[in-house]
Design a binder for this molecule. Structure first.
Ligand SMILES: [Zn+2]
Ligand SMILES: [Zn+2]
Length: 1221
């Protein structure tokens, strides 16, 4: 049997209609009206009868037909057949149906009509004169087989002409007359008579009861029509079975046929039956053409249509109510055809046709649904509207809606099948930010339709904004979010998605909760809890993921790990990267958590507010230096009593300070004291500095009042004071202006003066707030740093007085936001240190006054370095000029160096930039307990015109002797210094020569090697020439002198290099030993600030020496750990050691008295690491009872919840549960 049917079908009435219109003589390939299916609307030409097709008038050949009885249901034995002939084109068409496969034939309650799917054509279906098509009903219980075959007419055109041509009939008449000149009544036959006579013979033949089976060949009427003895038509007659013998014609006697259903037209009886009907059709035709009377007209030409209709069980189907029926438009007609339906179908049959078609041809469901929609829209009936609405709610998407969806998302539909679901989500999400609420919803519906049509759960979930699975959450985030993406990148995407659309926040949290749970990510959980990405401990898995490392730590070759980490640092510099690297290093070092240390003997860490690691480092430094800590904690003893003093004459940083700045400094000290109290008393391993404190480090003091709303009542008085003073103490604005300018001058010390002037001169009330937004860390250029008693900053003109209302709520917000932004941008440790010292000192009571007017105070006494500068011009040495410096500002290192060489470069005799033909050198007059040395790392690349970070090695000495810079420390110092200056000049010259000789443009070759290599190459060419000679080719010209010159020069230079090396080493040795015996001014390294990263990015931490316990500690935000490898401090030159950027030495004799990093009196035992969320909450509540309420209500010290292995998983789940939606 043929293969089972597939694809779309046609209902029986549709087949009937197509059958009646189909002309088998007029078909085009693939465009068979009956057998083919129309292409979807818009995808090709619709099927229609070919031009010139016959408008058939089929009549039933009753003798050949087995029509269905009127009241019999078919069973498996049932088959029907209707044989027809078209009156016009004389095509015979047989319609046969066979119920051999049927259990429950259509129509029945479920299937009101047959729905025929076509069967493949078989090779013998098409012969020269016949073609056959077959279908099967798609109803499983019916499976009725339908076959429609067409056959050409039996009589040819020539045969018809033979019978009806009047010329021929005339000749026949004449021949008969000639043959029988005496016979009377002979006349010429008409065409009609010829047809009628043949039909009479054929009918008689078919009638077995007809007794007279032969007739004489010379029958007058016979000869008139068919020629003498019928000779003219003998071939035709014989083809039909007539026999001529002995002047007699015998009629054919075809045997009866028992089984009409099986008859295939090959029998003689059928031939004669067909001819009989054909002759009748010719008679009708001849009558209409010639006006001759058709004697058979009364027989009529009964239409076969009803018989065929009943055979197909297509009769009496339910039609649309006539009243409602509107003629379907040309636009919708093709959709009926596509559904295999007719426009007069009742709604229920339209639904039936839709159901059958979508069942049989599901791949075109969207198209069929489109058809249903269009028919529904045209009819507007409740039944169809209900149906389409139901389908839509079941996520059926029509073709046109799908197209509209693609159009809405700007995705060319033609490309869509080549696009991955992920790509479609990307395109969808790319559009989201530009859409309003309504359009965004439409876009989601569009994505949903596409997802439904593509049967993609991913797209559907994305459209529903489902983020319940890891995959859905990632695809909701979009923007390339993937499982490999680091946590902070994901959070960056969240920031993008929520920036313009607050509605996204809830779902973003949900998405991150899902991802956090899948990744077990502390960082993401921390973000969910606190809204911050800082202040958590990164686990190793997170760290690897952040760095984009796919292997596990164990799989990575430890020797290449540094390279991997280093490139990660280059690729994405930042705090998180540093944190990740630290996590990996800490993991590798197998260090135990600081949690295990006793809180009373171990310093507390400081949790970062974003990028505030630089500030944390400084705060740890201040805390560790006991005299500074004591000043802060007892600031009342040191502060200027503003009730007594109305102003301060002494200058701070060579600037006059206003009352606002005085009070501001005191307020800042108060903040700091509070923090220090917490650092002493809180039992945890880390403390988070208050946001106010962080902001105050960057707010102009007159803006401190902005923080009033968030401050506690006890200090409100002070703050109001501050505001009052702002208005009353500075009526002419001079003080405020100066204060503001001084702060600006500090922040912008290296920025262009235009920026400074512009910001100070502007009369915009926001001017100070604008200043808050700092440019990136400016390039340091020595000499521009504010230095006590030395710098003469260009003082900008005072600001005009400000009207109180100028500080609008808006301006407040801006100022505060600017301060916060600034605080969380990475700042230069040295600058911030300067600024904090300025603030604190502003609030202090002067203990005296320098000649320059600079305030002396307890704080400054700790680090003020008294120096002198001596100028030498044309051999004349001038009187030394005294100055006081807060630190030793080294030059940006441009080559590997050490601390002594760097200090030499500062103190040695050198040309004075500001005075031509003048040299100058510095000497130390007296040294402070704390020797602060700033090692600027940000240089200015004049070629590229941009800042760069110098990572050149600067070796730090644990013990530093300052005798050599102090002319008065020993009688020989001045003389030895001068000697050293000479040697160093010599040394520099030798180094320059060595550099010139050894550096070449040839990669990794020094000069002599490059030259000798070149000579060898020339020699090899000479050998090549001998080969060339042998084969008869031209030689390469070589200057033989050049080769020997090169060789000898290389040898000379090599010798000179060795010489230079020896001289350099000798000089260096002499220099090193010059002060070996002068070691009275001994300092010890106490603290080193380290920066790792690039210009503007990176991470700060500080090492502090605990002399009493003889250990170094690393203060890295919330982590405080012991340093086991001291070379990390003194020899820091590798990627993971970072670069020292500020070093503090302490007087050896006072080191234990001054540096006291451990100062803890925990007020209660630390809370054990909780394993449940509720415990974490307890911690927070207990904390809030301490000292001051915590400002971030949601804040839970992450360390408290994440310590203890498995607990972090519990926390993860708890966090996910906490986020409600
Ligand atoms: Zn026809
Ligand atoms: Zn059926």
């Amino acid at each position: 049997m043929s293969s089972p049917p597939s694809g779309p079908g046609k209902t029986a009435p549709k087949i009937l209609k197509d059958f009646l219109l189909f002309d088998p003589l007029k078909t085009a390939p693939k465009r068979n009206l009956l057998f083919d299916h129309p292409p979807p609307v818009g995808e090709g030409q619709q099927l229609a009868p070919q031009i010139g097709s016959c408008k058939h008038e089929y009549t039933t050949k009753t003798s050949q037909s087995v029509p269905p009885p009127l009241d019999l249901r078919p069973d498996v034995t049932t088959q029907y057949k209707i044989a027809t002939l078209c009156k016009k084109c004389r095509v015979h068409a047989d319609v046969r149906i066979d119920y051999a496969r049927s259990n429950n034939p259509c129509p029945n309650s479920e299937y009101p009509l047959h729905h025929f799917q076509r069967l493949e054509q078989k090779p013998d279906d098409t012969t020269r004169d016949r073609i056959r098509y077959a279908w099967r009903c798609s109803a499983q219980q019916c499976q009725a087989s339908l076959e429609i075959s067409f056959r050409l007419g039996r009589l040819t055109t020539a045969e018809r002409d033979l019978l009806t041509n009047t010329e021929q009939l005339k000749r026949r008449y004449e021949a008969v007359v000639q043959e029988n000149p005496d016979r009377e009544g002979i006349r010429q036959a008409t065409p009609m008579e010829a047809l009628v006579r043949l039909r009479k013979y054929v009918k008689d033949s078919l009638n077995s009861l007809h007794g007279k089976r032969s007739f004489p060949a010379n029958n007058k009427r016979f000869m008139e029509a068919f020629g003498v003895y019928g000779q003219d038509c003998k071939p035709l007659l014989e083809r039909l079975g007539f026999k001529y013998a002995e002047h007699e014609w015998t009629l054919p006697s075809p045997p009866p046929l028992d089984d009409r259903f099986d008859a295939d037209g090959s029998s003689q009886r059928e031939l004669l039956e067909d001819v009989e009907v054909e002759l009748l059709s010719w008679m009708f035709k001849t009558s209409s053409e010639t006006g001759a009377v058709n004697p058979a007209a009364t027989d009529g030409w009964p239409s076969a249509d009803r018989d065929v209709e009943r055979t197909l069980a297509a009769q009496g189907y339910q039609r649309q109510a006539t009243l409602r029926r509107a003629a379907p438009s040309n636009d919708e007609l093709p959709y009926y055809a596509s559904l295999g339906a007719l426009p007069d179908f009742a709604d229920s049959l339209i639904e039936f046709a839709y159901d059958r078609q979508t069942m049989c041809d599901p791949s075109n469901l969207p198209y069929y649904f489109e058809g249903l929609q269009i028919i529904t829209e045209s009819r507007g009936t409740e039944q169809l509207q209900m149906r389409t609405a139901t389908l839509a709610s079941q996520d059926v998407v029509s073709r046109r809606d799908l197209s509209a969806a693609y159009r809405f998302l700007n995705i060319p539909q033609a490309d869509a099948k080549n696009l991955s679901d992920e790509r479609i989500i990307e395109l969808f999400q790319a559009q989201q930010p530009d859409l309003g609420v309504v359009a965004a919803e439409e876009a989601r519906q569009a994505l949903n339709k596409i997802g439904t049509a593509r049967q993609s759960q991913l797209l559907i979930n994305a459209s529903r904004q489902s983020v319940d699975t890891y995959e859905d959450a990632l695809s909701w985030l979009g923007n390339g979010a993937s499982k490999d993406m680091s946590d902070d990148s994901l959070l960056a995407i969240v920031a993008i998605k929520t920036a313009d659309n607050k509605e996204n926040e809830t779902i973003a949290q949900k998405a991150i909760a899902t991802i956090a749970s899948a990744r077990k990510s502390n960082m993401l959980n921390n973000w969910l809890l606190t809204g911050r990405t800082e202040g958590y401990t990164m686990n190793v898995d997170e760290a690897l993921r952040h760095l984009g490392i796919e292997q596990s730590l164990d799989e990575i070759d430890q020797t290449v790990l540094p390279v991997i980490l280093d490139s990660a640092r280059t690729d994405r510099p930042g705090d998180t990267t540093e944190k990740a690297i630290a996590a990996i290093q800490q993991h590798l070092a197998g260090r135990t958590s600081t949690m295990s240390r006793s809180p009373s003997t171990w310093p507390v860490g400081l949790t970062s507010h974003g990028n505030t690691c630089y500030l944390n480092s400084l705060l740890q430094y201040y805390f560790s230096i006991k005299p500074i800590r004591d000043i802060i904690l007892n600031f009342d003893k040191y502060k200027l009593d503003t009730a007594v003093y109305a102003e301060k004459e002494e200058r701070v940083g060579n600037l006059k300070v206003s009352m606002v700045e005085i009070k501001g400094g005191q307020r800042f000290a108060e903040d700091l004291a509070h923090l220090f109290q917490r650092m002493i008393k809180e039992p945890g391993t880390a403390v988070r500095p208050e946001e106010d404190l962080v902001c105050r480090a960057f707010l102009n003091p007159q803006d401190y009042a902005l923080l009033a709303s968030s401050a506690e009542p006890t200090v409100n008085g002070d703050l109001e004071d501050a505001v009052d003073h702002k208005l009353t103490d500075a009526p002419n604005g001079e003080d405020a202006g100066a204060a503001s300018a001084s702060a600006d001058a500090r922040h912008l010390s290296n920025a262009s003066s235009t920026t400074l002037q512009a910001s100070v001169n502007g009369d915009d009330p926001d001017v100070n707030m604008k200043d808050g937004g700092l440019p990136p860390t400016p390039p340091a250029s020595p000499g521009q740093k504010p230095v006590d008693g030395q710098q003469q900053p260009t003082k900008p003109p005072p600001l005009p007085p400000r009207h109180p209302s100028a500080t609008s709520a808006h301006a407040k917000e801006k100022a505060l936001a600017a301060a916060k932004t600034k605080a969380t941008q990475q700042q230069d440790v040295a600058e911030v240190h300067d600024d904090i010292m300025f603030r604190l000192r502003s609030g202090m009571l002067p203990t005296g006054e320098e000649e320059s007017g600079e305030q002396k105070d307890a704080l400054r006494d700790l680090y003020a370095i008294r120096v002198t500068e001596t100028e030498v011009a044309k051999g004349v040495t001038s009187k030394p000029t005294p100055a006081v410096e807060s630190c030793m500002l080294l030059k940006v290192p441009t080559e590997p160096t050490d601390i002594y060489s760097s200090l030499d470069a500062l103190f040695d005799l050198q040309p004075k930039e500001t005075k031509p033909d003048t040299e100058a050198y510095k000497s130390i007059r007296s040294l402070p307990p704390l020797l602060q040395i700033s090692i600027p790392r940000i240089g200015w690349d004049h070629n590229k015109n941009e800042g760069f970070k110098s990572e050149e090695f600067v070796r730090l000495e644990d013990e530093l002797y300052m005798d050599r810079y102090c002319d008065t420390s020993h009688p020989q110092v001045p003389e030895r210094r001068r000697r050293c200056w000479g040697w160093r000049k010599e040394l520099q010259a030798l180094k320059n020569e060595r550099k010139a000789l050894s550096q070449t443009s040839v990669n990794q070759l020094d000069g002599p090697t490059a030259m000798s290599d070149t000579a060898s190459y020339l020699n090899s060419l000479q050998q090549a020439n001998s080969t060339l000679r042998e084969v008869g080719m031209d030689e390469i010209e070589i200057d033989e002198d050049l080769t020997s010159t090169l060789t000898s020069t290389a040898q000379e230079q090599q010798a000179r290099l060795s010489e230079l090396q020896a001289e350099i080493e000798d000089l260096q040795k002499r220099l090193d030993f010059q002060f070996e015996d002068l070691k009275n001014l001994k300092y010890r390294l106490a603290a080193v600030f380290i920066h790792r990263g690039t210009h503007g990015h990176g991470h700060y931490w500080v090492y502090i020496h605990d002399f009493a316990n003889n250990i170094w500690r690393n203060y890295n935000d919330e982590h405080v750990s012991e340093v086991t490898k001291l070379e990390d401090i003194f020899e820091a030159k590798t990627w993971n050691q970072g670069t020292p950027t500020y070093a503090v030495y302490v007087q050896d004799g006072k080191k234990e008295e001054i540096v006291q990093p451990v100062c803890r009196e925990p007020e209660r035992a630390p809370t054990p690491p909780p394993t449940q969320w509720t415990q974490a909450e307890d911690v927070q509540m207990q904390d809030s009872g301490l000292l001051r309420p915590q400002r971030e209500e949601n804040f839970v010290d992450p360390k408290m919840v994440e310590e203890g292995g498995q607990s972090s998983w519990d926390v993860t789940r708890q966090v996910a549960d906490q986020v409600k939606w």
